[in-house]
Design a protein around this ligand. Structure first.
Ligand code: CO
Length: 503
């Protein structure tokens, strides 16, 4: 059985749009057709499947992203301001069961009842009523839209500027803000949307995460939880300087942060003219810093980094006194013009993300950086057993074109030892999201298992879930979901079975 990417375009369509640029293999209209409110909350078996779901694929793909982009006729300024909507696709004996639910945060319930935005968004969404209505209103709405993880018996919807929101792992019903058993001062205490799973460097699997409070100085709280969700270690460090830290990397010894060279001028935010994130600017000629925080005792190590900007790290590991950190680097902070409509963003005006490797000499204190791949990419992953250990394989969402910035339309596997690449593409009418690796239950090889990705199929104006064999990206099955979900953010795999008993 084989499925070609052409199956993505199988549905007849009268909506095909001209390609924006012949060098590109996509149209902007197809790309931005994903943006709209999610209009339904569904529950049921997925009926339209091409190919066959591997019977060994048993568990649940959880995935989060903005699902509400418009209220009362007013669009968000940026999709990252949209309220979180969690999708769960459970796999059991070759079948797939779908659920999707909005995260019913206090702010979501309030705005749903009001039928309009009542909070400002970090990415520039304003309340109705102009500058006067927005000035000095510095309240944050937890939009719980960035990631979702199943850990310690809890399903957590994450947003980095507030505490997690707990959901029922099966029904996705919202339980409310989680203090992680009294660890966090919920609902306000920040808890990053990028926890890392330590596969057992300290004798047991752990979920490691951080919370950041920043200003002229930054405070990082590092927290480690065991498999039961109990806090087993924590520390808190204050470092000089304003920091924007979306993600980090983890090794047995270190929590690795890259502080980008950004400055923050809060005045336009306070005055009601801009969202807080729109007040970030790259510091001209500025260099970032690596902030290395020991997971045990000892003081943090601060080292000058190279130029550029990083949202996401891929993985890190130690080789003696050397620390290797793979990340997705941008030449500069990819700032979207606050006046621009995000649906018409000019991709070629923005720097592409590129896979790069920093090798840090911990004795000499210097950092070397080299590019691993030219192709525009985001959302990279490695096998979970290789978190904090040297990896050979990386799976990443990439643009269809080989150079320059463009929407993510393909999944690529890279073999770092041989340089060999495998690609599965949804172009020209499909747009991929983060690849999630599902380890094979009976084969511990680094590339045994499957890659799952939620794809925007613009020909159907709906989403597909594609199941690829991790080793060579051969498609195994494509699920046609009866759902339209905007381009989203992060998700994770859980061994949990959420499917109802089959009669
Ligand atoms: Co992220």
């Amino acid at each position: 059985m084989t499925i070609s990417a052409a199956d993505q375009q199988a549905a007849p369509s009268t909506l095909a749009a001209p390609l924006a640029n012949p060098a590109d293999n996509y149209s902007q209209t197809d790309w931005n057709s994903a943006y709209g409110n999610v209009t339904t909350e569904l529950e049921g078996w997925v009926e339209s499947i091409k190919g066959a779901i591997p019977p060994d694929l048993q568990g649940t793909l959880y995935r989060n992203g903005p699902g509400r982009l418009e209220r009362g006729g007013q669009w968000v300024q940026h999709p990252f301001d949209g309220d979180g909507m969690v999708l769960a696709v459970g796999f059991h004996q070759g079948r797939a069961y779908l659920r999707n639910r909005f995260v019913r945060t206090a702010g979501w319930l309030e705005e749903e009842a009001a039928g309009r935005w009542r909070y400002r968004g970090v990415f520039g969404t304003q309340k109705p009523g102009g500058i006067l209505a927005n000035a000095l209103d510095l309240r944050l709405k937890n939009i719980a839209n960035t990631n979702v993880v199943d850990w310690g018996g809890r399903l957590l919807a994450l947003w980095e500027a507030a505490s997690p929101t707990a959901l029922d792992p099966v029904t996705l019903a919202t339980r409310g803000p989680s203090a992680m058993d009294g660890v966090l001062a919920a609902p306000q205490e920040p808890f990053s949307a990028h926890p890392r799973l330590d596969p057992g460097h300290h004798g047991e699997p752990r979920l490691v995460n951080f919370g950041l409070r920043t200003g002229p100085r930054s405070t990082i709280r590092l927290m480690e939880f065991d498999a039961q969700g109990q806090l087993v270690h924590q520390r808190q460090d204050r470092l000089q300087g304003f920091a924007f830290l979306h993600d980090f990397a983890l090794t047995p010894t270190w929590a690795v942060f890259l502080k980008n060279a950004l400055e923050f001028n809060p005045l336009p935010y306070v005055l009601g003219r801009r969202g807080a994130a729109q007040c970030l600017r790259s510091r001209p000629g500025g260099r970032g810093e690596f902030w290395l925080i020991p997971r045990g005792a000892g003081a943090p190590v601060v080292l000058p980094a190279t130029e550029g900007f990083v949202f996401h790290h891929v993985n890190a590991w130690e080789e003696g006194a050397t620390l290797v950190v793979d990340s997705i680097h941008y030449a500069d902070f990819p700032m979207v013009d606050p006046e621009e409509d995000f649906r018409h963003v000019a991709f070629d005006q923005l720097p592409p993300g590129q896979l790069e490797r920093c090798t840090i000499d911990l004795i000499q204190g210097h950092v070397e950086r080299r590019r691993l791949s030219e192709r525009c990419c985001e959302f990279a992953t490695v096998h979970p057993q290789h978190q904090g250990r040297r990896h050979r394989c990386v799976w990443v969402a990439v643009a269809q074109r080989e150079t320059g910035n463009a929407p993510l339309q393909a999944i690529e596997k890279l073999d770092m030892e041989t340089g060999r690449r495998w690609t599965w593409s949804a172009a020209p009418r499909g747009f991929v999201s983060e690849p999630v690796l599902v380890p094979h239950p009976h084969n511990a090889a680094e590339d045994a298992g499957w890659i799952l990705s939620l794809v925007w199929n613009s020909a159907r104006r709906a989403n597909d879930v594609v199941i690829l064999r991790a080793a060579d990206l051969q498609p195994q099955a494509i699920l046609h979901l009866p759902l339209a979900i905007p381009h989203g953010l992060h998700g994770s795999w859980s061994r949990r079975d959420i499917t109802p008993a089959i009669p």
